[in-house]
Ligand binder design. Structure first.
Ligand code: SF4
Length: 1023
């Protein structure tokens, strides 16, 4: 038996040599080559790249307890061994002279750090947590005539992170809620928070619908982000599709490397995507290129709407129910006409003037090619060419994939911009089918997982809502108001009760509503987000802050205000690898350290290579990485920090009698910390997330199903009677048996299984393409041989095919609507099982409207040409006076858009990595030659870019890649600025002014994500 280089890389020479000793493997061909390799004699451990959410699988080579090399894992079906520059440099995250391996303490007003022992730091941190909790805790509030338990602490904010593992985010979600914290967030708020309600309201789940590998089967691909540079390794699937003849249409304000690979580049003014997608929806309808049979069977297009609903076409920019005083909508007219069974009436001919299809048609009738040209700056002929190509990729034989990232998210219309893209895919029948779908390209490695695990103020792990004090005072109220009457979310009580059992164990009983009172209750929906709590810190209402693996000094909108907000805190804990800009905020250049009294505790964290845990990539795939080496010095996993804080705070409260402390004391918190650094057992955390039986359980025929303590195999076995505990129902099945961790599974794709079901675990239930019932026609046959995925096997009486069916496995295509049970309300053709009517939703109640409508960004070079309503009338504008002044085109004539680069990452991890930092000469702004000529500067000149909030100094990069737009007949220049830089960094080129200082404090009304892609600025040459 011979050993290939691939095998050699995978197992390392040490392992292979053992195999030789035991007989049979001929190593000689590769050993000769290996003498020059660093990995000779090394042992390989499974790793995952910690940068972006492509989730490239790695092999970490260790020799003598030290990492000697990190390579891509060649067997990974989604990445095939590739790594981009960031992934290739992860070695320098572990082995880096700038890494802080001890504990640093900055006393209030001090001018320097002091080194302190880890134990002292942890004891002090636990005391600060208790002190601020006790000082700001609200136990009950009066709601109407009732005194409602709210168990809420508003004085501490905890920022988790989408670079932490799933299990770590779960621990934060659990401990923070146990303490009563409501200011709980992770970086997903600032990058992809609009994704969840947009995809969720349209399809039922707020996550990418497809799988990166499947992109190769698309006939047309429309990236609306810089996919090739921001998610480089996954772009291979786009190129593979292109090799097969697919057309690539790149929609982006800037010409990038993605544009360079595309057949067509569509320059679009930032913030106008709804007009573009609305124009395509109109084109699909008017040219009859939509997928009629799919739309009739699988979407709510035929359902009849209340005739009292009025849309912006009738109310000049508003939907019915707008209250200008409250700046919100009364949604009472946003509803369906119901039949005697309470189900929406429908017209499958799609002709009724009140059916969703006709209302959609009228709504987008204003989004003509001419309007697209005037608003977006896309020439009409180009738009029509693109519309014809894209909308032709529809029907039984064809599909198109569309992708997006932050250009759609970061907007005061963020949710609706993504909704519009989802609706375009729905009308073309491109969801749930091979080569179709919506590719949500997440930035940080674990944005998906951090979101799934509930380190976001508005939801709990697995997506049940965080309760509100008004509508949800009791468990009964909460379940009644958050559980729909049909669709798979009817199982919500099982998810919620099982979560409460996982958190409060024996203290959660039927008699006390499973300790529902312990859960903190939000005062209102408009509170506690990242931007909200920064304002709270600025106003000194938030006293303490725990910041893990994130750098809000740089990545926050209005970042200058954010840094002052942190300097206003009483105390702050930073857990990170390096001294980030946030850790050093008290000594920011130009700031007198003595002016800030914030007490800062810096705890040394670990990169993925030094701890066990799972990361969920952008396609919902959890991959486990194994601790390859011991962390140096006092560094320890983030999980160890969280578990230690929990244990110490519990100890401080141990003799406490007040009721308010029961949620802390009763919190189940036994993760068996081991060794000098008290590292918890991460498989125990994973098992809790997966779920287990709290008692012996029998099935409906009284046959034993589980013994007490056994892990659950499927979320179908969850109960709402307290006999199951489950930290995150969507991950049930990841740990189906004791010792069996499916996130750690690394099986090469088998013949015929192109989706690689043996690699990692994809939620839910290892389904790689969700809503895949829609890949078959209503009768259960594939729409076409070319696009088949799953189908109904009439003989076997079940759904079969190339993926795990996202449907009741034995529900026949002609099955009537289920009257009860886990699939209540779902019939044999209802492909979108999570939605209340089992249908993809064109019409859906989002706070700023049931259909996406265009409004201009708050800083815009033009008036809104579609209506008299200039900006999203219900968007959030933070009230912080002059710190949030907005610019007008007379003073700030240039469009400014922000973006990121391949070689740097987010707010600064890469700025501490020499291999990456040396790849750039420093901070810069891209400017077109015409504009540069007009303003009198040249490539390389230092320039000042200014908004009403701040000015930054950068070097001008004069390039043809940046073109002006013609908006409503007038030429407007744009400027593009990447946002990675800050005052900390390994070399001069890694340090620079902070782009996010330029950004205003504005928010989408559903998620409060900021508007950082479409601003106005002024530019001048430095004297
Ligand atoms: S940064 Fe993203 S694309 Fe690059 S190696 Fe890491 S996971 Fe892969």
């Amino acid at each position: 038996m011979s050993l290939s280089r691939r095998d050699f890389l995978r197992y390392g020479v040490a392992a292979a040599s053992t195999a030789v000793a035991s007989g049979g493997i001929d190593l000689s061909p590769v050993e000769a080559a290996a003498t020059s390799l660093r990995i000779k004699e090394a042992k390989a451990f499974p790793g995952v790249c910690p940068y972006c959410a492509v989730g490239c699988a790695q092999l970490i080579y260790v020799k003598d307890g030290k990492i000697v090399d990190i390579e891509g894992d060649p067997d990974a079906p989604h990445t095939e061994g590739a790594l981009c520059p960031k992934g290739s440099s992860t070695y320098q995250l572990s082995l880096n002279e700038r890494r802080i391996t001890g504990c640093l303490y900055r006393a209030p007003g001090a001018t320097a750090w002091e080194e302190k022992p880890l134990d002292w730091m942890m004891a002090e941190i636990a005391q600060r947590v208790k002190k601020s909790r006790d000082a700001t805790f609200v136990e009950t509030v009066k709601v109407g005539a009732n005194e409602v338990p709210v168990n809420r602490c508003e004085g501490i904010a905890w920022l988790g992170s989408s670079v932490l593992d799933n299990e770590e985010n779960y621990l934060i979600a659990k401990l923070s809620r146990g303490l009563g914290l409501v200011n709980v967030e992770n970086s997903a708020r600032l990058c992809h928070s609009a994704t969840v309600p947009a995809l969720g309201a349209t399809f039922g789940r707020g996550a990418m619908t497809t799988n990166l590998i499947d992109v190769q089967h698309a006939d047309v691909i429309m990236p609306t982000s810089n996919w090739a540079e921001c998610h480089p390794v996954s772009y291979k699937w786009v190129m593979k599709a292109k090799e097969r003849g697919a057309k690539i249409i790149h929609v982006d304000p800037r010409f990038t490397r993605t544009s360079a690979t595309a057949d067509i580049w569509v320059p679009i003014r930032s913030g106008t995507n709804i007009v573009f997608f609305g124009g395509l929806i109109r084109y699909a309808i008017e040219s009859k290129k939509y997928f009629h049979d799919y739309v009739v069977a699988y979407t709510n297009a035929p359902l009849l709407l209340d005739p009292n609903l009025k849309t912006p076409a009738e109310l000049d920019g508003l939907f019915s129910g707008f209250d200008p005083a409250r700046r919100s909508y009364d949604q009472s007219t946003w509803k369906f006409q119901l039949d005697a069974d309470g189900y929406p009436r429908k017209d499958t001919t799609l002709r009724d003037p009140n059916c969703v299809f006709q209302r959609l048609r009228r709504h987008y009738s204003r989004y003509t090619p001419e309007m697209v040209e005037r608003v977006c700056g896309i020439p009409k002929e180009l738009f029509l060419k693109v519309a014809d190509i894209y909308c032709s990729a529809s029907g039984p034989d064809k599909t198109a994939t569309a992708s997006y990232a932050l250009q759609l998210n970061q907007s005061t219309n963020g949710v609706q911009q993504i909704r519009a893209l989802c609706m375009l895919q729905l009308i073309l029948g491109n969801v749930g089918r091979p080569g179709g779908g919506v590719v949500a390209l997440r930035g940080h490695s674990n944005v998906q997982g951090a979101t799934d695990f509930g380190t976001l103020y508005h939801m709990l792990p697995g997506y049940p809502a965080e309760p509100l004090q008004g509508p949800h005072p009791t468990l009964t109220d909460y379940l009644e108001k958050t559980t729909p009457k049909g669709g798979y979310w009817v199982n919500n009580p099982k998810f919620v009760v099982s979560l409460l059992k996982a958190w409060w164990g024996p203290a959660a009983t039927k008699e006390n509503d499973y300790a529902y009172d312990y859960l903190p209750k939000r005062e209102k929906a408009d509170a506690y987000s990242h931007q909200h709590f920064l304002v709270g810190m600025y106003e000194k209402k938030v006293k303490g802050f725990i910041c893990m693996g994130q750098n809000p000094a740089v990545d926050s909108p209005n970042a200058k205000m954010a840094r002052q907000a942190m300097r206003n805190l009483e105390w702050m804990v930073v857990v990170d690898l390096f001294e980030t800009d946030t850790a050093a905020v008290w000594k920011e250049p130009g700031v007198d350290p003595k002016s800030s009294q914030v007490e800062v505790f810096f705890i040394s964290g670990t990169p993925a290579a030094e701890k066990d845990g799972s990361i969920t990539n952008t396609m919902r795939m959890a991959q486990w990485h194994v601790k390859a080496v011991e962390p140096p010095g006092d560094a320890r996993s983030d999980a160890a920090f969280i578990v230690d804080v929990g244990n110490r705070v519990k100890e401080l409260y141990k003799d406490s009698k007040p009721k308010k402390d029961r949620p802390v004391l009763d919190l189940v918190w036994d993760y068996q910390p081991q060794g000098p650094k008290k590292e918890p057992n991460m498989e125990l955390v994973l098992k809790e997330c997966n779920g287990y039986a709290t008692d012996d359980i029998v099935d409906k025929d009284d046959k034993p199903l589980y013994k007490k303590g056994e892990p659950l195999k499927t979320f179908g076995h969850l109960r709402d009677d307290g006999s199951t505990a489950c930290g995150n129902w969507i991950y049930t099945g990841i740990y189906p048996e004791e010792g069996k961790n499916l996130a750690l599974r690394r099986e090469k794709s088998k013949e015929g299984d192109y989706l690689g079901h043996g690699w990692g675990f994809v939620w839910p239930a290892n389904r790689r393409i969700i809503y895949n019932r829609a890949s078959a026609d209503p009768s259960g046959k594939p729409w076409s041989e070319k696009k088949k995925l799953i189908w109904w096997d009439a003989e076997a009486k079940r759904w079969v095919g190339n993926d795990v069916p996202d449907f009741s496995p034995t529900m026949a295509p002609d099955a009537p609507r289920a009257k009860d049970g886990p699939f209540k309300g779902i019939s044999g053709t209802d492909a979108f099982i999570m939605n209340p009517h089992g249908l993809g939703q064109f019409f859906a109640s989002i706070v700023d409207g049931p259909f996406p409508e265009h409004y201009e960004p708050f800083e815009s070079p033009t008036k809104n040409l579609l209506s008299k309503v200039q900006n999203n009338p219900v968007a959030k504008v933070y009230n912080i006076g002059d710190l949030n002044k907005l610019g007008t085109p007379d003073k700030y004539p240039y469009i400014l858009t922000t973006y990121r680069l391949t070689e740097h990452h987010a707010a600064g991890m890469s700025r501490h990595v020499p291999w990456l930092s040396e790849l750039f000469f420093g901070h810069f702004a891209e400017i077109g030659p015409e504009m540069a000529k007009e303003l009198g500067f040249q490539n390389g000149d230092m320039i000042t870019v200014e908004t009403p909030r701040a000015k930054i100094r950068v070097r001008a990069l004069v390039t043809e890649r940046i073109k002006p737009f013609v908006i409503n007949g007038k030429k407007v220049y744009q400027v593009g600025i990447p946002w990675h830089w800050g005052y900390q960094g390994v070399m001069k080129s890694a340090r620079g002014d902070i782009t996010n200082d330029l950004v205003a404090s504005l928010g989408d009304p559903t998620t409060f994500i900021q508007e950082s892609k479409a601003l106005l600025c002024n530019v001048r040459k430095e004297a």
